[in-house]
Design a protein around this ligand. Structure first.
Ligand SMILES: Cc1ncc(COP(=O)(O)O)c(C=O)c1O
Length: 377
């Protein structure tokens, strides 16, 4: 690793975010290989870097967007299609999966007749008034037990309300195209998927019996990344999902998913430099030139516990690694096993930093954040 990273540090400086597009392509292909029936809508929120979108678009991916800006980031690839083909391509390539959309966004989206999610009555009313050309997907509340980031406390209709919300939509002249859920991000508990699919199937069949011809099942994101050895293998999870989808749903439906983390987490590495060192209450604090307001923002938003590796050897001890800002909150980790003899100018690197990292980076304290370089394109 040293041979690979040191020349990059010398050439580009640090902090350096090294994004490997071959790995993104590989992740997309693994996803498609093991879930061949599932159309993949990459969740742009995980990392919205335009070069990632470009790579995935050329691989054939579709996209899950959370805002008008993300929508336009994808739409720019579709706008050259003729008007009559646009509706097909917009649905084929984009789902707007934020269940709550402000009125202005709905008004701006209206001309694109997008596919959007909803999970409550007020949202339905808002969509009818400001964006009634949209196709709807009802998001259900499902269990997210054991997932790194939970979702169900903020999103999803109670399964008991689902049929009512479907009927209300049709009564309002709107069309519900399908159902969706999200089992929580970095979901290492496969039972969350099986339970969610079972709930979705009950509601799906009930709706069809009542004459509402739903066509889409959106199994959301949450696909776990091998951050450590305990994480279940994607292949194992995919087998379960395939079997359950086959057992629970008719053949005439479209199954889609919104993986974010899975596509990009393992595709990036962060190289930072030690800019300060102090011993506080017996513990060594390494101050590096990146922190929780920048690439390590996932420590705050993503319940992330980053690990660090050094090139230098020496007797290891429990150290703290902290960021460069004047805020005492800017502590990345208070317990990392690192050599105690590292000095200013030495490097630390962290792997698997591609998801929920630079996506929520700020310019706090005037720091620009890591320089991004691309390899494997
Ligand atoms: C609606 C929705 N879909 C997909 C995702 C992506 O999830 P993940 O990165 O766990 O695959 C998220 C993440 O917040 C989300 O909110």
């Amino acid at each position: 690793m040293k041979e690979k990273l040191l020349p990059l540090a010398k050439k580009h400086g640090t902090p350096l975010f090294i994004l490997d597009h071959n790995k993104i392509k590989e992740n997309y292909r693994i996803f498609k290989k093991h879930l061949p029936q599932v159309q993949c809508y990459y969740a742009v929120k995980a990392n919205s870097h335009p070069e990632i979108i470009k790579t995935l678009f050329h691989e054939g991916s579709s996209f899950d967007v959370a805002s008008y800006n993300e929508f336009m980031q994808i739409y720019k690839y579709l706008k050259h299609f003729e008007e009559k083909d646009q509706e097909f391509f917009i649905w084929d390539k984009i789902i707007f999966s934020n269940t709550i959309k402000d009125r202005e966004t709905l008004r701006k989206l209206k001309r694109y007749r997008p596919l959007v999610t909803y999970d409550n009555r007020d949202e339905l009313k808002k969509i009818r008034e400001h964006g009634d050309t949209a196709g709807l997907v009802l998001r259900l509340k499902v269990s997210d037990t054991g997932s790194q980031v939970e979702m169900s406390s903020k999103f999803g209709a109670e399964p008991g309300e689902a049929n009512h919300l479907i009927r209300q939509a049709f009564d309002a002249g709107l069309v519900v195209e399908g159902l969706s859920f999200h089992v929580g991000s970095q979901c290492t508990n496969c039972d969350n998927y099986t339970a969610a699919l079972a709930i979705t199937s009950d509601i799906f069949h009930d709706a069809r019996k009542k004459g509402f011809h739903l066509k889409i099942v959106d199994i959301g994101g949450g696909f776990p990344v091998p951050y450590d050895v305990q994480v279940p293998k994607f292949e194992t999870l995919a087998k379960i999902i395939n079997a359950e989808c086959q057992r629970l749903f008719p053949e005439d439906i479209e199954i889609i998913a919104e993986p974010g983390r899975f596509m990009v987490a393992t595709a990036a590495m962060l190289l930072a430099e030690i800019i300060g060192k102090a011993r506080r209450e017996g513990k060594i604090f390494y101050y590096i030139n990146d922190g929780v307001y920048h690439t390590f923002s996932g420590v705050v938003y993503d319940h992330w516990h980053p690990n660090f590796t050094s090139f230098g050897r020496g007797k290891k001890e429990v150290c703290a690694v902290v960021g460069p800002t004047c805020d005492s909150f800017d502590k990345i980790s208070l317990s990392v096993q690192l050599p105690g003899n590292l000095t200013i100018g030495d490097y630390l690197y962290t792997e698997n930093v591609g998801a929920y990292s630079i996506a929520s980076s700020t310019k706090f304290n005037g720091f620009d954040g890591a320089k991004i370089i691309h390899i494997g394109r």
